[in-house]
Design a protein around this ligand. Structure first.
Ligand code: UD1
Length: 419
């Protein structure tokens, strides 16, 4: 429940990046040695991933936000449907399982609220690496005695596709080249982590990644700090601007947010980037701007819903074009219930800014769309209730606590399921 109006003021810290933590956790399947992971975010998707890895045979120990994880022996090579159906990133276990243990079974994830989201690139890539892949009874079965290096082109570029194939190729015989690889920083974080463990990976961060397969990763404990969550940080930056507040987000590597700073400045926000923080101050009604999402280094699709909520009360007409997912505008009808003037055509939206949104009961249907509705509620006049916030808990650590620290009038009416 949110009482809109108060400008957000103050300082908070970004947590660890969910989308880097998930593949890094999964990569613990590749070697029997302990990984000590720092800055793991306490979000529901991480809890789900730890549960899934536990079913497969991983041992985990928590010490605050530090997690010890290793997989000495395999308990099962099958990911349970109950877990895969709540988190599509479960598909990431395919590559590491088949690379180290020679077999894996993962239920087909199916569609989700933001589109049909096929997994053909994961399957075709594993086949190119020499695996025998069969689809039966709703499951993907993969088998291989030893994967062998190959040249793989991803079309379109896929974040978890790149991560999955990179993890598979680490133990393959020979060299793998992934063309049109995802350049998202979370993929680079996974690659950097694997390199600290003895993997031979070059070119990450560019659109061509080369992996020279090794027989095993290095022995011994490996410690690694997960990169900060640029999407979480970006959400709080937009929230600061949306409430005409003054918010500082502490995080290592503020340059991760360059793609957001430019359009946010165009709306009239003042942005001050320091060595380990970004401050956003907004003193007027935002100006309308146009946004087109794209794979990195384009504008992140994971910040599009929050940005469209912000632009719904901008001065003028904004256009949003979502090019990554086919159905990522489902938060817009909910924003209309708060008074926004928005028309949509396929993946595009025309937002004619209104003076103020008005609080209303609204419903989240996906993670970032839910964050956008909370953000709209903070800026709206009066009270809003956002339901199905379990979507938001998948990727935001204590969102109501962090927003309260900034002076938001927000409280959780029902307890979180997993967070
Ligand atoms: C990841 C992120 C998600 C983010 C998205 C895009 C994680 C856990 N999730 O999702 O937060 O919104 O990147 O930045 O990191 N595609 C295919 N075939 C495939 C795989 C993907 O056609 O086999 C298409 C998708 O439908 C989509 C596009 O590729 O249109 C990009 O999707 P992808 O990068 O794979 O997204 P995810 O990795 O699922």
């Amino acid at each position: 429940m949110v009482q809109g109006g108060p400008p957000l003021h103050g300082e908070i810290s970004a947590g660890g990046a969910k989308n880097a933590a998930l593949p890094i956790l999964v990569s613990s399947l590749i070697s029997p040695h302990w990984c000590i992971l720092e800055n793991i975010p306490q979000v529901a998707d991480v809890a789900t991933m730890c549960r899934l890895l536990g079913v497969l045979g991983a041992t985990t120990k928590w010490e605050g936000s530090r997690l010890w994880i290793r997989t000495e022996s395999l308990k099962s090579s099958e990911a349970p449907y109950a877990l895969v159906s709540t988190m599509r990133a479960s598909i990431l276990v395919l590559g590491p399982l088949v690379a180290r243990w020679g077999e894996a079974t993962v239920p087909l994830p199916g569609g989700c609220a933001i589109g049909s989201r096929p997994v053909n690139l994961h399957i075709d890539g594993l086949r190119a690496l020499g695996a025998d892949v069969r689809i039966a009874h709703g499951n993907i079965h993969v088998q291989a005695t030893r994967l062998r290096g190959a040249r793989i082109t991803l079309d379109p570029s896929s974040v978890t596709g790149t991560a999955n194939l990179m993890m598979a190729a680490v133990l393959a015989k020979g060299t793998t080249v992934i063309e049109n690889a995802a350049q998202e920083p979370e993929v680079s974080d996974l690659a950097a982590f694997l390199v600290t463990r003895g993997a031979r990976i070059l070119g990450y961060g560019s659109n061509q990644i080369t992996i020279d397969g090794v027989d095993t990763l290095d022995a011994g404990e490996h410690q690694y700090t997960i990169m900060p969550d640029r999407i979480e940080a970006g959400t709080y930056m937009i929230a600061g601007a949306a409430t005409r507040g003054d918010v500082t987000v502490r995080m290592a590597c503020p340059a991760l947010l360059d793609t957001l700073c430019t359009p946010l400045r165009d709306t009239g926000a003042e942005i001050y980037v320091n060595q380990d923080s970004i401050r956003v101050r907004m003193q007027r009604r935002p100006s309308a701007i146009d946004i087109t999402t794209g794979p990195s280094p384009g504008f992140p699709t994971d910040l599009q819903p929050q940005m469209s909520a912000f632009l719904s009360f901008a001065d003028g007409v904004s256009h949003i074009k979502e090019t990554v997912f086919e159905n990522r505008l489902s938060h817009l009808p909910e924003l209309r219930r708060m008074g926004a003037n928005i028309t949509t055509k396929r993946n595009e939206a025309r937002i004619s800014g209104v003076q103020k949104l008005s609080g209303a009961p609204v419903m989240a249907s996906d993670l970032r769309g839910g964050a956008a509705l909370i953000l709209a509620s903070l800026a709206a006049e009066g009270e809003s209730t956002v339901s199905r916030v379990y979507h938001v808990d998948r990727g935001y650590e204590h969102i109501e606590r962090k927003l309260s620290l900034l002076g938001a009038n927000i409280r959780r009416i029902k307890k979180a399921r997993n967070a």
